[in-house]
Design a protein around this ligand. Structure first.
Ligand SMILES: Nc1ncnc2c1ncn2[C@@H]1O[C@H](COP(=O)(O)OP(=O)(O)OP(=O)(O)O)[C@@H](O)[C@H]1O
Length: 503
């Protein structure tokens, strides 16, 4: 018989015996103690070290005794009775705990004829690095779970939705009604009108408030990854960073609410799959045969014109009808100008809290400033209002904000496609003279008229530079950049993709 082991007999049973001998000797030499018991758990052999540890001056005095008589709390009897090893265990015996391993001994027919036990360590400090690593990982896991659970709770209530105009009161009435039932909700409205705030309020007042609120921003996730994001994947189901598999948002949201933001951006094939899950309440994660049942309430939102997408064949009509059970229209700010003052003061109060932009100062809006705010059209809605006031309080020295102080900031965070760069403020805006002068200077510094670029090309270049600057200023954090420039996250993600900006 051939063998690659030099000097080793070419007989596998001899090799096996030699391996077992060697293994036994190694353990016997390096462990704190070794013993062998017979089928009745009586000691048939124990080394001197181990016997001495339990008070026997001579190991022979222990032979024939029950294992528990010699070693309190010994589990050798369990091993001979079950025939199963206990590979790693702690033996507490009133002194230093021992880390032990117990193995059954079998005869040719496979019957258990005894057991051998090794006390591997008596100094727990040899295991301290392992234990401290384990407990650190454990603590981190608990902290991560707690902060995730916290993040998945509702952050806003209906009281956070500021506004007493007829339009705002109607929105709140509908949101309250939506929180009493369990059917899908569709939130429609321009960017920054408070759709996400309403989702939190609806979930927080609903019977599912104790369950998680999980958000998927459909526009922010590449189409190819959306299916996994929704339904999860079995380990090894796809090649990517996460070969270990992934739990989908549908499973994470079980018992709670799943918020599908920018649903209008969902690719058609996935719309079909979503519809099936909504009907059957079950799905299979990618690459698995496991059926996952899910009890999830869907709240979807979009700033897109969903009926127009249906008419254009880009959104499934059956999914639209399934979602369009309770529809809430979040009105744009220009349609509820009477809310602007209350909103502005709520935002200023928030900014005054220490750690926010206002550094504990208390701001007051002069009448002309209020008129200026009320006259502007706010294409970025409440988000833009917040952004404008945040910039103003950060950069102005006085706590009494008048129109002249405020004007340069109004419209400054509007993106080119929402108004033009230069002179973006509407004609009705009394601050446009200041604002447009600033923006004109900014635009002139970047775009060279009379160059060879077409107007469209110059605009695209400007937009790219503007967004890159905003992203650079926030270290590439898209949500933060979007908030700073008064743009919806989803819109910014779309622009990043369209302009091929690397983040
Ligand atoms: N009525 C309101 N009262 C108080 N704050 C509001 C109100 N509406 C919106 N906000 C605030 O404005 C910002 C934008 O709101 P939110 O993110 O809910 O808008 P959205 O409609 O979901 O926007 P997008 O479609 O771009 O995601 C948030 O800071 C939110 O707290």
């Amino acid at each position: 018989m051939k063998t690659d082991l030099i000097g080793v007999p070419a007989d596998y049973s001899a090799i096996l015996r030699r391996a077992m001998d060697s293994l036994f000797r190694t353990f016997e030499n390096f462990s704190e103690g070794t013993l062998i018991v017979d089928a009745d758990a009586r000691i048939v052999w124990i080394n001197e070290r181990y016997a001495a540890r339990f008070g026997f001056a001579d190991s022979r005095q222990a032979i024939g005794l029950d294992c528990e008589t010699v070693i309190p709390n010994s589990l050798m009897r369990e091993v001979v009775q079950t025939g199963k090893p206990i590979l790693l265990d702690m033996l507490e015996n009133g002194r230093e705990p021992l880390v032990v391993m117990r193995l059954p001994l079998k005869d040719e027919a496979g019957r258990t004829v005894g057991a051998v036990g090794f006390a591997l360590f008596d100094e727990m400090k040899s295991l301290t690095p392992l234990f401290s690593h384990y407990s650190r990982v454990q603590e981190e896991l608990i902290a991560a779970r707690q902060s995730l659970a916290q993040a998945r709770r509702a952050k806003y209530t209906l009281a956070s939705f500021v506004g007493t105009s007829a339009a705002s009161l109607e929105v709140k009435r509908q949101a309250r009604r939506a929180s009493y039932v369990d059917s899908p909700v569709l939130l429609l409205g321009e960017t920054g009108t408070g759709k996400e705030l309403l989702v939190h309020a609806i979930h927080g007042t609903s019977a599912r408030a104790k369950g998680p609120l999980v958000t998927v921003n459909v526009a922010a996730i590449p189409d190819t990854l959306l299916e996994v994001e929704f339904f999860g994947a079995a380990p090894g189901a796809y090649t990517g960073v996460e070969r270990r598999g992934r739990v989908g948002k549908f499973e994470l949201a079980n018992g709670g609410t799943l918020f599908l933001d920018e649903i209008g951006d969902m690719p058609l094939p996935l719309q079909g799959k979503l519809l099936r899950v909504l009907q059957d309440q079950e799905f299979e994660p990618l690459g698995s045969n496991r059926i996952v049942r899910t009890d999830v309430r869907i709240v979807a939102a979009t700033s897109a014109d969903l009926p127009a997408l249906v008419a254009a064949g880009r959104f499934r009509a059956d999914l639209f009808y399934r979602l369009n059970v309770l529809t809430i229209h979040a009105p744009p700010l220009r349609a509820r100008r009477s809310d602007i003052e209350a909103l502005a003061y709520a935002i200023l109060e928030d900014l005054s809290t220490p750690g926010r932009g206002g550094h504990g100062r208390h701001f007051e809006l002069q009448d002309d400033a209020l008129r200026l705010l009320a006259a502007y059209d706010w294409p970025g809605n409440v988000r833009e209002l917040r952004n404008t006031l945040e910039r103003a309080v950060m950069l102005c020295d006085t706590e009494r904000i008048d129109a002249r102080t405020l004007a340069p900031f109004i419209g400054a965070s509007v993106l080119p496609d929402r108004g033009s760069i230069a002179g973006a403020a509407p004609a009705s805006n009394p601050g446009s003279a200041f604002a447009s002068a600033d923006r004109k200077a900014e635009a002139a510094a970047q775009v060279q008229p009379g160059g060879t670029d077409s107007y469209a090309q110059a605009m695209a270049d400007f937009e790219r530079r503007y967004l890159c600057d905003a992203l650079r200023a926030t270290g590439g954090r898209v949500a933060e950049a979007a908030a700073r420039i008064g743009m919806g996250r989803a819109t910014l993600y779309k622009k990043i993709a369209a302009l091929n900006i690397a983040i």
